[in-house]
Design a protein around this ligand. Sequence first.
Ligand SMILES: [Zn+2]
Length: 397
Amino acid sequence: MEPNITRYKIHGGAVILQDEILPNGTVLVENGKIVDVAAGNIDFPGAIEIDAKGRYISPGFIDIHIHGGGGHDFMDGTVEAFLEIAKTHARHGTTAMLPTTLTSEKEDLILTLEAYQQAHQVNTEGASFIGMHLEGPYFALSQRGAQDPKYIRNPDPKEYQFILENYDCIKRWSAAPELPGAIEFGDYVSSKGVLVALAHTDAIYEEVEKAFAHGYRLATHFYSAMSGVTRKNAFRFAGAVEAGYLIDDMDVEIIADGVHLPSPLLKLIYKIKGTKKTALITDAMRAAGLTPGNSILGHKDKGLAVIVEDGVAKLPDRSAFAGSVATADRLVRTMLQMTDAPLLEIIQMISDVPARIMKIDAQKGSLTKGKDADILIFDQDINIQMTMVHGRIVYSL
Ligand SMILES: [Zn+2]
């Protein structure tokens, strides 16, 4: 994407940096990059001035697990769906996202990957795309959640090698590490520089510990569709959740919409994993940004009917959640309301940390000289006033 050559001077706000908040600072932008950040008001001849009026000036939010929004799902497999989802979430503070697929037929997966490559070239009005995340199809049936059981299977080397060799846009792949062939899958996928994550899994602790050494470095929507403590013939076994806590270097991502995880669990994750190992994600489906009612999870014609109520998508029999309808601003608000984490740390969990997990922290994730100008202005209730992506204002209230 060609960056904007316009110069901007964003001033008069509390600038959220990696380790402190400058009460009154200025951020300078040129050619799509941050060229300076400083306390007070600094001169920048020829720049368009943006007065933050005492609000926060923040790094943009990075969502590494997202399926849709604004009435579209990436599995629709169209360029329009990609662009509209990027625009919808940019209005809520997301400046970069990792479009995520659902377990599906291979043909539909290929269609979505092709659409990504086209959409990536013409995406100038929304959050930028930082690669694709494949969620499935190598999952434990017993932990499928809302993933279609028809397509769930064990890792197939012919299939995953073909996909990775042909689509270098894939940057992350979620799978259940206890399946036959899942360790070889982890070795192969990580050898291609792609992040492997554990998801929809019934693994016990020992299986996760082994998988971690074979590339599984992130726990996908921690707690959701994931084993905890189980008993077999009176003996107790620790599960994937306990492994997520015990393995210090394991990153976790959490759907912090306030529905998937109640306040005590959000507090527990913050207390044990801490800011540096926890990323906030929306895992949003098509109904994010729309009013509650009936919707579809996945492909617009072949997907699963779901209901949106109580701020979340549910299966029609209300037995399980079927994705969230959260936007990134809501995640930050929820963490402020439901945990004791300070704003500075919450912002790290949705900027710096996901950037590091996806290895793009040299370009994104903080308001640092030389990084992409992905910048937000919001008030103390996290109402987004302006979203800048790569030096372009894509949303302004
Ligand atoms: Zn998901």
